[in-house]
Design a binder for this molecule. Structure first.
Ligand code: DOR
Ligand code: ZN
Ligand code: ZN
Length: 400
């Protein structure tokens, strides 16, 4: 297969190149690759050819909540967004808290996933925070542990988990100390007390969806002191704030949209390198659940299909950052932090590729959504850089 007329990024520069893929691999990158041989040719004129994105925070909902999403629909939604690798959060039913539950999810992934999926192991049984999951049984199978959706309340238990995981894996924390009524305080107080335990134990640690200025300050200080700590930010906390909620459940998530100052702190943390990862927190919920009154609707928005166009439109096209930054935040940094394979656009690499239509603006329509759920705050938003072609291990898995 040949991708004709696209652009790639080489040493920070955007260059017009054709890309030929043979089997699973990128076989040739050149100025005018001969396409007269009997191969499939894709006209990608003006589009940006990048490595498939690596999203280290998604909810695929299977098993247990298949009415929201399944491994089949969720991975296809990711593919539509140009994401070729996802780490799946374990707040399923059952949770991924034992080798048996892990093996069940793994079999489903092998059967139904169209992209690479790495399930997180839960830190505690059922993510209930009462007893530890089978961390020792899971540690050589999963790429990380998380109780996402729930914060750690039992710090003794968390410390024990850190001791087991230290030197072998990583914890991804949903930092929320529920006893603080103020939700900003709930985040940064949780960050603060978890950092104290990271300092004691030396466990490799990652904070999910950080959204408050104070949290970034604490994390930056911890990084400067030498702790092995990273954090991710989401597109919604980068590009939306609380003024946009207007009681619409499609703007409701945990952590919630924050003030303008926090939003600016989120962007600055990314630009400064305190946050090194952008992750979606793709959290599908059914139409019925999101049609409830704001207070009764569950937290979460879908995000696989809009991450790359949002980042492209709001940070790259505006000149705030460049395309290499986007590739670092959405591909390389998340993959390296969680020890996952990823591709680069080079001869000999596995062809995991997204093709972004950066010259055309498109309105994101409800009908375009391929996730099983539709809880997106971005419906009707006009964006550049939607993905139009996804290749996984040399095979076309999505085409717009
Ligand atoms: O908004 C969220 N949705 N935040 C979480 O932490 C959990 C997630 C979910 O599972 O729906
Ligand atoms: Zn979370
Ligand atoms: Zn989440």
């Amino acid at each position: 297969m040949i991708l004709k007329g696209g652009k790639i990024v080489k040493n920070g520069r955007v260059e017009k190149k054709d890309v030929r893929i043979s089997g699973k691999y990128i076989a040739e990158i050149g100025d005018n690759i001969d396409d007269s041989a009997n191969e499939s040719v894709y006209d990608v004129k003006g589009c940006l050819i990048i490595p498939g994105a690596v999203d280290v925070h998604g909810h695929l909902r299977e098993p247990g909540f298949e009415y929201k999403e399944t491994i089949a629909t969720g991975t296809y939604s990711a593919a539509a967004g140009g994401i070729t690798t996802v780490m799946a959060m374990p707040n399923t039913n059952p949770a991924v808290d034992s080798v048996e539950h892990y093996n069940d999810v793994k079999a489903r992934i092998e059967r139904d996933a169209v992209i690479s999926v790495y399930p997180f192991g839960a830190v505690t049984c059922g993510e209930k925070g009462i007893e530890l999951a089978d961390i020792e049984g899971l540690i050589n199978k999963v790429k990380g542990f998380s109780d996402d959706g729930a914060g750690f309340e039992n710090l003794k238990l968390l410390k024990r988990a850190m001791e087991l995981i230290k030197g072998k894996s990583i914890i991804a924390s949903h930092a929320e100390a529920k006893e603080y009524n103020d939700s900003r305080e709930a985040e940064y107080k949780a960050v603060e007390r978890e950092l104290a335990l990271v300092k004691e134990t030396g466990c490799k640690y990652h904070f999910c969806h950080i959204s408050c200025a104070e949290s970034f300050e604490l994390i930056e200080r911890a990084q400067k002191s030498g702790l092995d700590v990273t954090c991710e930010v989401t597109p919604h906390h980068l590009f939306m704030d609380e003024d946009m909620i207007k009681n619409n459940p499609n703007f409701k998530m945990a952590p919630p949209l924050r003030s303008r100052d926090d939003r600016e702190a989120t962007v600055n943390a990314l630009l400064k390198g305190v946050a090194t990862v952008i992750a979606t927190d793709h959290a599908p919920h059914s139409d019925e659940e999101k049609a409830r009154a704001y207070e009764d609707a569950p937290n979460g928005i879908i995000g696989f299909e809009t991450m790359l166009p949002l980042v492209y439109t709001k940070l790259i096209r505006t000149g705030v950052a460049d395309i290499s930054d986007m590739i670092n935040w959405c591909v390389i940094n998340p993959a390296e932090r969680f020890n996952l394979p990823y591709s680069t656009i080079d001869v000999g690499q596995i062809a995991d590729i997204a093709v972004l239509d950066i010259e055309r603006e498109r309105e994101y329509l409800r009908n375009d959504i391929v996730s099983k759920s539709h809880n997106s705050p971005y419906i009707s938003e006009k964006l550049f850089g939607f993905n139009k072609l996804t290749i996984k291990q040399g095979k076309v898995i999505y085409r717009y």
